[in-house]
Each structure stands twice: as C-alpha cells, then as structure tokens.
Design a protein. Structure first.
Length: 392
C-alpha cells in the first residue's frame, strides 16, 4: 500500500500529488495506467496498489496512453503503438494503417533518439461511444519535443488492436526533420501528406458531439506566409464504409479565439478555451456557442476571461476545470474552476509547485479525483496532480 501525499485545499477543491511510485499516465473509472523504469503498471483501485505489471524496455519513452471502456490499454512511445487486452499479461504492437488499409510508414528520423511525438496528445479524453461502439480518436501535439513529426488525427474502432489515419495534414516547411527537438526550417526531411495544402504545427484537441454525430479538431500554432496553422476541422465518420469526411471550417490568426483547446460538448453546446498569443490584441477567454455558430463570433458567449492563454480544459458533471499556461501567467501553477457549469468562476495559484502548466486532464476516477499533468515550461513532464472538486 502506498502512502498518500499531503492533501491541500482551496475554497473550491482539494489537491494532492500522486503517491510515490510509477508515473500515473492515465486513468478511467477505478483503473490507472503507469510506467516506471523498464516496467508498465495497471491498477484497479485508482493507483493505491498495482495488481498488474509487465516488463517494457521503453517505458520511460511512453508519451501517450488511454484506457478503453472494455479495459484494453492503448499506449505509445515515439513512433510506435502497443495494446494490452488482458491486464498487461501480454503486450502487442499495434498496426498503424493508412485510410485505405495499407501500412502507414513512419519516417526514418535524422536522430534515432528523436523519432517524433507521433501519438502524444494534450487531451485526456480520447474515446466516445459512437452509435453503440467505442471509438478512440485523437491528434498529436508534436513538433515541440521528441523530434519533428507529421501531424495526424488517428482512430481505432476495434479496441485499439489497429489504428488508422483519419486525417493527415500537409508538409510544413517550418518543422522539417533536422534532428532537433522540434524540427527546423533550414534543412531536413519534409513530413506529412504531400497532397494536402493545409499545414499545422500540431493538434490541440479532438472532441465528439453526439448530437451531430460529428468530431471537431483544432490546431496551432502560427501565421505563416504559406497560410495559417490555426484551424478548426469538422469530421464525420461513415462506419459502413470505414471512411472519414473532414472539412476545414475555420482558419485564423494565432492571436484569435480560434487558436484554442479544451473543446467539449455539453447538451449540444460547444465550449472551448482560447490559447490566443502572438501580437496584441489578444482574444482570450472561455467561450460557448451552438456548434453551427462557431464561425460567428457575435453568437459566442464569453463565460470567463482569465487574461491568460491556455489550451487545457475539461467539463464533467457541471465542473469546468481549466488552467494557465505557466510561461504567460503571473501565477506559478494556475487553475481556473467553475463548480456550476460556468455561472460562477474562481482562479487559484498552487504556488508551492513552482512554474507549472497543468495539462492532459483526465475525467474523475472512481474516488472523484481528476488527474492532471504538471508540465515544466509548458510541455516538459514533471509531476502528476489529482484534484477533487468541492461540489455544492
């Protein structure tokens, strides 16, 4: 049995660091997935004990994980995916396929130690029940660390046993594989779909709206002579044909509200948080609108403006939890919270953790705790924090 760290509190929530032990990378209901030196772990009691474990040499390179409703664990290292369907008794490589079913070939990295962040994501919610079947759909937040990477939206309809490309962005000349952490513009291999003129640095969020039976995605980061990198896409999936139809519905400047994250749907209302930065004036805040009105700013409701950029937000049971991006914030570790669906708001600085950017929010576990990554800067792994809202 692990020893629980000290529990701190604010007026609106309790918080605690994860217990000593393996790094808790994801959670769902009472299950938690973690990794340590050369091992992966699976808990059935929210990380209090680790009933299942397996040797996995590249454990410290894991940058993506997701626990499915049926208990399967899908996880990835730089450019490779794996799945366990039997509580880690076995771990199988996952085939990565193009939309036509042919093998998707990852690039040969200029620096083998930086194969790219093919599967790393900022959102802890990666699967939804879609017409009676769980679909895993996510996009990679990349071209910051781990090596240059093509920007893709991925999906699985068979419990993570195979993963396919749902959408592939074009070749961005500003993130060539030159062997550096985030890629460069001067030299190196171009990555991405050569037939797609739409370019992005990375994907901030993918989310599903059951009322429309449609997915939405938003990307970052910059304004380029070749075009914007900040886009919103809307996609629909035809299960009978195993075919996607994605449309770019908005492209805009990096200082607009459309540079965003945390897309969430509640009762067919679209919520998001602005990651606006770059040249002033900024267009920041937490917004809500009808999905059909996303392109009509005059129809948007500004729920709260923290005056700070952010790409992380999650809504569950009327609790809206969001955060500050530390390099841009006057706070050390800033959280934004509403306990009543956006009627009232508060902000709290958990200053004892130093400069940290909370991201990768997972829905509350069986004990009522959200799981949050604390990243140094805005993206380097540091600690794991758990937050339990004080519900009215």
């Amino acid at each position: 049995m692990t020893t629980e760290p000290r529990i701190g509190e604010t007026e609106h929530f309790w918080y605690r660091l994860q217990p000593a032990g393996p790094y808790i990378a994801s959670q769902r209901d009472n299950k938690a997935f973690a990794f340590g030196d050369g091992e992966v772990f699976l808990s059935e009691d929210n990380g209090a004990t680790w009933a299942h474990r397996a040797a996995f040499a590249e454990a410290r390179q894991i940058s993506y994980s997701h626990i499915l409703r049926n208990g399967n664990v899908l996880f990835g290292t730089g450019a490779k995916l794996y799945v366990s369907t039997d509580n880690l008794r076995s771990i199988q490589p996952v085939p990565l396929l193009n939309p036509d079913g042919s093998p998707y070939v990852t690039h040969t990295p200029a620096n083998p130690a930086r194969p790219g962040w093919y599967f790393h994501t900022l959102s802890g919610t990666n699967s939804w029940m879609v017409n009676g079947r769980e679909m895993v759909v996510w996009g990679n937040y990349c071209n910051v660390m781990g090596g240059a990477t093509p920007v893709n939206i991925y999906y699985s309809v068979d419990g993570g046993r195979t993963v396919k490309i749902a959408y592939a962005f074009g070749r961005n000349p500003y993130f060539r594989d030159d062997g550096s952490e985030g890629g460069g513009r001067a030299e190196g291999q171009l990555l991405g779909n050569p037939d797609n003129p739409v370019i992005a640095r990375h994907i901030h969020t993918v989310a599903y709206n059951p009322a429309e039976d449609a997915f939405y995605a938003c990307t970052g980061d910059g304004d380029r002579p070749e075009g914007f990198e900040c886009h919103w896409l809307r996609g629909t999936y035809d299960a009978a044909k195993d075919r996607w139809d994605w449309r770019v519905i908005i492209s805009d400047h990096l200082n607009s509200r459309y540079k965003a994250g945390g897309i969430t749907f509640v009762d067919n209302q679209l919520y998001w948080i602005s990651d606006s930065n770059g040249p002033k004036p900024y267009d920041r805040g937490i917004f809500r609108c009808a999905p059909a009105d996303i392109g009509r700013p005059e129809k948007h409701t500004l729920l709260f403006n923290p005056d700070v950029e952010s790409g992380a937000m999650l809504i569950q049971d009327q609790v809206i939890l969001a955060s500050h991006c530390a390099p841009a914030s006057p706070m050390n570790t800033g959280f934004i919270i509403s306990l009543d669906g956006g009627k009232t708001w508060a902000q709290h600085d958990l200053a004892e953790f130093g400069k940290r950017s909370p991201t990768l929010f997972h829905e509350m576990n069986g004990d009522g705790w959200f799981r949050v990554d604390l990243r140094s800067g805005w993206i380097q792994y540091a600690e794991v924090l758990f937050i339990k809202p004080k519900k009215p």
